[in-house]
Write a protein that binds this ligand. Structure first.
Ligand SMILES: *Cc1c(COP(=O)(O)O)cnc(C)c1O
Length: 390
């Protein structure tokens, strides 16, 4: 069962049973955590030909294979590499597929550290970077250049949750010979499978929902058949492997990811709908809401929504944003998301070039955790009251 790519079973059944074969390790339900650098060969000939499954710790272990197999099944991928963080899951494929003199198109609503990497390291390596409007759709054709080798998408957008017409972007990119990469951290492969929509490389910050408990940094990158070999080469060349205990914890997290996401989704929807009617809220940026400009795309392509969205406060600036945050008791003030606990952050959008910040007021990003909705509601009411009074 462990290595089949498609099974008719439901997603929670697959999450419970993919990723390792208990019979391969004495019947234990979970795989061993293999700490490894050296792997011994039985003789010089096998060593010279590298003629055995495992050759060195950086090149994979039974633990990393267990996670990669599970992810391949979830993503519908030809292969998956495991890297030490979500940011590495963005930088490794970009370094693997771009060369000096190439051009890359990146969505303007991209995760900020991805933009920082592009504007500093990629630019320094002689790669030209252009940011495009998330709503561009087929209009991406006009930005394609003969040297455009990669289009990097992320939907919904970081902080502001713009949707993108991925099939149209894929069509325009492929017509020009570019590889399409998608940072799919928000939906996870449970609610959107990028490779099924024509994307070549699917990126996941496993730090978020797969790990789920705010204690692990890890990333994975999954490729279709055409891109797999080159992605694996980049992984080997860069030596960016995940640590065994973290890999194990993410595989463990996958077992409950389906039920956790259902709860994150339901609570986030309940709060987003409630927030739409609260005084002091100008807009709620959640693609699952009918009021969202990208709602039709979300409904067409996605099978669910996770627990992260933003609200735009009705007026005010930094003082109001800080008053909102300081009044919260359960929402922690901190980066990252996808864990069991709720978090809030004032989104900084000064780096945008085309997808500009909402004009009404500060944007507050909310990660809805697994707490009881009524408690979170009470907390947000305190925040909104404090912002209004400030
Ligand atoms: C958090 C995040 C990352 C980076 O993950 P880390 O493990 O924190 O490095 C990448 N992309 C998106 C969309 C994220 O939210």
């Amino acid at each position: 069962m462990s290595n089949e790519k498609e099974t008719p079973a439901g997603v929670n059944t697959r999450l419970a049973h993919t990723g390792n074969d208990p019979r391969a390790f004495f019947g234990f339900v979970n795989p061993p955590v293999v700490h490894a650098s050296t792997v011994l060969f039985p003789d010089a000939e096998t060593m010279a030909s590298r003629g055995q499954k495992y050759t060195y710790g950086t090149r994979g272990t039974p633990t990393s294979d267990a996670l990669a197999d599970a992810v391949n099944a979830l993503e519908g991928a030809a292969g998956t590499i495991i890297v030490p963080s979500g940011l590495a899951a963005v930088t490794v494929p970009l370094l693997g597929f771009l060369s000096a003199g190439d051009h890359v198109l990146i969505v303007d609503s991209v995760y900020h550290p991805t933009r920082h990497f592009a504007d500093t390291m990629l630019t320094r390596l002689g790669i030209e970077v252009t940011y495009y409007d998330p709503m561009i759709g087929a209009g991406l054709s006009a930005l394609m250049q003969p040297n455009t080798k990669v289009v990097l998408t992320e939907a919904p957008g970081s902080g502001t949750f713009e949707m993108q017409d991925i099939p149209q972007i894929v069509a325009a990119a492929h017509k020009g010979g570019a590889v399409v990469m998608m940072d799919n951290t928000w939906a996870t492969p449970l609610y959107y499978r990028p490779l099924d929509h024509g994307v070549d490389i699917s990126i996941q910050a496993a730090t978020k929902y797969p790990a789920g408990h705010s204690d692990i940094l890890l990333g994975w990158v999954s490729a279709n058949e055409a891109c797999w070999e080159r992605l694996l080469d980049a992984h080997g060349a860069l030596g960016m492997c995940g640590a065994p205990d973290d890999v194990y914890q993410v595989l463990r997290g996958l077992r409950t990811m389906g039920v956790r996401l259902e709860r994150h989704q339901a609570s986030a929807f309940a709060l987003a709908r409630w927030l739409e009617d609260q005084p002091g809220v100008a807009r709620v940026l959640h693609p699952g809401l009918e009021s969202h400009p990208g709602h039709a795309l979300w409904k067409r392509d996605f099978t669910g929504a996770s627990g992260l969205f933003s609200i735009v406060l009705d007026g005010g600036g930094e003082r109001q944003a800080h008053a909102f945050l300081n009044a919260l008791r359960y929402f922690g003030l901190g980066y990252s998301w996808g864990g069991y606990e709720s978090l809030a952050v004032h989104v900084s959008l000064g780096d945008r070039k085309v997808a500009l910040a909402p004009k009404e007021g500060p944007v507050m990003r909310l990660q809805i955790g697994l707490e009881d909705v009524d408690d979170l509601k009470a907390d947000l009411s305190l925040g909104l009251a404090a912002a209004a009074a400030s």
